[in-house]
Ligand binder design. Structure first.
Ligand SMILES: Cc1cc2nc3c(=O)[nH]c(=O)nc-3n(C[C@H](O)[C@H](O)[C@H](O)COP(=O)(O)OP(=O)(O)OC[C@H]3O[C@@H](n4cnc5c(N)ncnc54)[C@H](O)[C@@H]3O)c2cc1C
Length: 481
């Protein structure tokens, strides 16, 4: 839906709550028809997320958000959405029709924490590119998104897979403290204070409150080896063998690979890409040789070099199709070349079904599962002893298209394709139940995939910090059981 042409269909309830906000937050409430409203709706990365709420709130402090939560708690009927960078492709997750959207982009301050040279305080509304800009000259790196435009808030509360994942785990494990607004007020959450909340939010997105600031560790790392290479699809067997060799060898925490099988509708061509880094200042490291040496490569596409996080993230950003409809859907598998081969052929068959959609891009991506932290566990129900990082991969199908009329058909193909992939993986005893929330489709219930113990803990945290269930019942997005 285009923001400029849309007029929301809004109930009286949502409209009257917007009126209350006009009193509580003067100058920060935007109604349909205003340029601020259109600009906020139009700024969602994907068209699939451009819903039209009754009003958009643009707070710029934790106190503003506390006032918002108090109003929401007094009107139990109204739905609301929490938005940081606006990168989810899912409709009604960080935006909502007939409800209130809280646009957090104004909370985007980045500053060093006094007395702690390795900790950076980052507002939820900042983009990872802003963080990398800030750190560029310091020789330090943050564990953030591999693409610069992604928002800090959704990325971290969903876990966060970065260039550093094989070494440092999810981005959320590199957070040492958060400021979060719950119905119990503005709280700090860290390993010592509100530790149950601190754990649950990391993987729990907006189920418990609104995080306003993350204090994240930075790591000494200026330049390291990385970049991308495109190969023809005939290299498939060599690509799968490279994964197999990586997984069967000694675990290398410095080698991070994102492998994508790509279909570009404009050229009607299939290709394979590896975007990779080796987290050392060493050229052509042995740890990536299995992928880097695959031949043939598409001429002129090899960008492997020594560079900074900022530049690697800008390079990947350049690959992203812009202003499109999109669907992401994910699963987790225990990798073997035979299961990879089956999944690839299911994706190829499905891609041919939608290849007539003008300029469609269809992508199947494999990424390493990160190791889990014993000292700073998240809320995703993952156990250190499972050691999924040794032999599991996260699988994502992402499809991008232009035509509104193709939305239902392509979404159904994505759903059916993932069902078939999961059946194929299950047939080889290679299917894991975990679904990574930042890549999950709206029908997938990723929070439930964390297992009963994590769901029980989440229910306890919700009852303690949000007894009335404001976030549980009124916030849109993925829910625990
Ligand atoms: C171009 C692109 C590149 C990507 N690259 C990566 C990658 O390298 N690694 C990776 O792991 N993922 C990646 N993703 C997926 C990305 O992590 C998710 O889409 C994530 O939700 C984006 O964060 P955001 O703040 O932009 O999202 P938003 O759409 O603003 O938020 C998503 C959800 O997060 C929750 N949320 C947001 N802010 C807060 C808050 N302050 N408090 C509580 N809950 C909050 C809400 O439930 C919200 O609905 C990428 C996505 C895109 C489109």
């Amino acid at each position: 839906m285009d923001s400029s042409s849309s007029q929301p269909n809004t109930s009286r309830n949502a409209t009257s709550v917007c009126c209350k906000f006009s009193v509580v937050l003067p100058g920060k409430v935007f109604l349909p028809g205003s340029s601020e409203y259109d600009s906020s709706v139009g700024s969602y990365f994907f068209r699939t997320a451009r819903q039209t709420p009754a009003c958009i709130l643009e707070p710029n402090s934790a106190e503003d958000i506390e006032a918002i939560v108090n109003v929401l708690a007094s009107d139990t009927g109204v739905k609301f959405a929490i938005r940081s960078g606006g990168h989810t492709p899912n409709p009604h997750q960080s935006n909502v029709d007939d409800g209130i959207t809280i646009d957090l982009r104004g909370l985007n301050k980045i500053e060093r924490v006094e007395g702690h040279s390795n900790i950076l305080a980052v507002g939820t509304g900042a983009k990872w590119g802003d963080v990398y800009d800030y750190l560029e000259k310091t020789g330090r790196a943050a564990v953030g998104s591999r693409e610069s435009s992604v928002g800090v808030g959704g990325f971290i509360t969903g876990g966060g897979l970065s260039f550093f994942a094989p070494e440092l785990g999810f981005a959320s494990e590199n957070v040492v403290n958060m400021e979060i607004v719950t119905p119990r007020g503005i709280l700090c959450a860290n390993a010592n204070e509100n530790a149950d909340l601190f754990r649950a939010v990391r993987g729990g997105q907006g189920n418990f409150g609104i995080v306003t600031r993350f204090d994240i560790k930075t790591h000494e790392r200026s330049t390291y080896w990385g970049g991308g290479i495109l190969y023809p699809e005939s290299s498939e067997d060599a690509q799968l063998q490279a994964w197999s060799d990586l997984k069967n060898g000694k675990y290398d925490p410095h080698a991070a690979i994102v492998q994508s099988y790509l279909f570009f509708g404009a050229q009607k061509s299939f290709m394979i890409s590896n975007n990779m880094v080796y987290l050392q200042e060493a050229e052509h490291p042995v740890g990536l040789a299995g992928f880097e040496n695959i031949q043939p490569q598409v001429e002129g596409t090899n960008t492997m070099r020594l560079d900074t996080t900022k530049n690697f993230a800008l390079e990947l950003q350049g690959w992203q199709p812009l202003d499109q409809y999109a669907v992401y859907v994910t699963t987790t598998i225990k990798f073997s070349p035979s299961v990879g081969k089956k999944i690839n052929s299911i994706w190829r068959e499905a891609t041919l079904l939608i290849s007539d959609s003008p300029n469609v891009t269809s992508v199947l991506t494999y990424q390493q599962f990160p190791p889990q932290s014993k000292d700073n566990p998240n809320g995703m129900g993952l156990q250190v002893d499972d050691e999924l990082h040794k032999d599991h991969l996260i699988v994502i199908i992402s499809i991008y298209w232009h035509e509104t009329n193709d939305s239902e058909r392509i979404t159904n193909v994505a759903k059916d394709t993932m069902d078939r992939m999961e059946a194929a993986a299950a047939g080889e005893n290679a299917l894991h139940t975990f679904k990574y929330i930042n890549y999950a489709a709206y029908w997938q219930q990723p929070a439930r995939s964390y297992g009963e113990a994590a769901n029980e803990a989440a229910r306890g945290v919700s009852a303690k910090y949000d007894p009335q269930g404001v976030f549980r019942k009124q916030a849109v997005g993925f829910k625990f059981q």
